[in-house]
Design a protein around this ligand. Sequence first.
Ligand code: AHR
Length: 630
Amino acid sequence: ITVNVDNTLAKVQPNMWGVFFEDINFGADGGIYAELIKNRSFEFAKPLMGWTVKRAKPNEGDLLVVNRKEVNTANPRYLQVNNNQEGLSITNEGFKGIGVKKGLRYDFSVMYRQSAAHVKLRLQLINAKNEVIAEGSLAPEKTGSEWHKQSVSFTATATEPKAKFSIAFEGKGKIDLDMISLFPGDTWKNRPQGLRADMVQLLADMKPGFIRFPGGCIVEGTDLANRYQWKKTIGPIENRQLLMNRWNVEFAHRPAPDYYQSFGLGFFEYFQLAEDIGSDALPILNCGMACQFNTGEVAAMDELDPYVQDALDLIEFANGDVTTKWGKMRADLGHPKPFNLKMMGVGNENWGPQYLERLAVFTKAIKAKYPDFKIINSSGTDPEGERFNLLNTSLRANNADFIDEHYYRPADWFLKNAGRYDNYPRNGSKVFVGEYAVHADKSLTGPDKSNWQSALASASLMTGLERNADVVQMASYAPLFAHVDAWQWAPDMIWVDNLESYGTPDYYVQKLFSTNKGTDVVPITLENKNIIGQDGLYASSVIDKNTKELIIKIANNADKSQDIAFNLNGKTRLKAKGTVEELANANLGQINTFQNPKAVSPQKSTVNVKDKKIKIALKPYSFTVIKVPF
Ligand code: AHR
């Protein structure tokens, strides 16, 4: 194998390898958004879903869910407690139970309104054996007709993956309650009511070039009324109007009747998350079309203005200075500096003439105001079909900045398509592979697992994306997160339960690419040909002009070890020692688990460079990254 170290073929975009975030599989509510109380403001379709009520004897009117939708459309319901007997309590089951860690602080808060301060709240976290493992109390202090917020913290004495949270009412009297909230004290950057630190850390470790959000199909919604609207996701959390999650429907592989979006993780938090982990923000907005797999509802062309305005206002929200309406809003939310948004997607998986005509309106309006702003166009879900080809041709003819391709396919499709972009036009529209994942051989580990077969096939295809970095300028695996007790779609990159999280083999492949992205693609060939499946090998190579390194990536899909000699051609003087990170497993069905989270994870070693050659034995079924400084 020959690597030509001096010969730049293409530039690698600094944001080439990113992540795709969607609130699917309890990725946000019940996942990265660390709120532990399900249905905290009683807005689920069934107002007491997630709550059970205990009382000594039936007593009419002791608990009322009051609806004030005429005066508060964003947060219509609250709970009215008329505590006129002993033993009244409400208990929340959490999303799939509540994860509690011994020694950790828990932060409770509630909004309340009362005319006299008689009722106290006794707060308890209770484990599966019905033992109290954390306890606190809160005596709401303020009285009058206004709502107030009060907080109290307490510490857990034991660990429990599936606790419940109970509020017992003490003292006779009446009180209104809303936004009943409990957060762990170890959120990311210790932000109050923030994100789960372990999950964010897994992302931060990947150093992703961008974060695509908020989806996925939830952008589109089952119908337009249930589409994602970013303006409803910013500002005080009690004003963020809850929505049924689009994955709370029959179409989902595992319908979750209790799946709603509280938007505690809203657009401001997404931008903040992107900034925290050094990624570009890549929001995807609804283009006036609901999910074509569901209702397929479309906004009338003469009613598209609000949709387009949302896109224009989002750019102002992210980048405008404080003299602009939306720039001021961002500053008021605590971020006076712009977020430096450079791109957005218009539409998720939308297609057909309806899409093209709506997209044209968005593009004209956005480019008129922000000529350099990049717009990502959707190309649907069918990477080989006629629909894809027709749409792609039109998008290219219209000079789309980026075309978003999605593919969920078996491993052999990925291997066959590792050369997919070699013959794409080099000029004009660039490709964003916005969603992809190998759906691995069912006989190995079942259809729901990202195993070593799927990760190795992804890695093989990704060498083709990297080789074509002049055409494919961004890529993100999907979906990102899944909760073990609440997933609708699989495979997924990172699995979580209420306490822990781990990366699948695909996570480590993604991480190896994004932390070894380089700056320039250089040729790597076998007998003068790109390495696309000869002897089961797939390879790409980059140099990093910043860190001064040559980086070779090579996947061995053969069931045998292969001795490889890399000839390093060129004038660049390479150092005598390099490093190796290797993912390997003789069993393609190997998965990572909570018990063994690093079964497939990179092993480090070193390699010598002698006479401009590297000799290495590639393990059977392996993916290897070799780095040599110069
Ligand atoms: O990633 C899961 C889903 O797959 C996304 O929501 C959608 O865009 C695609 O069909």
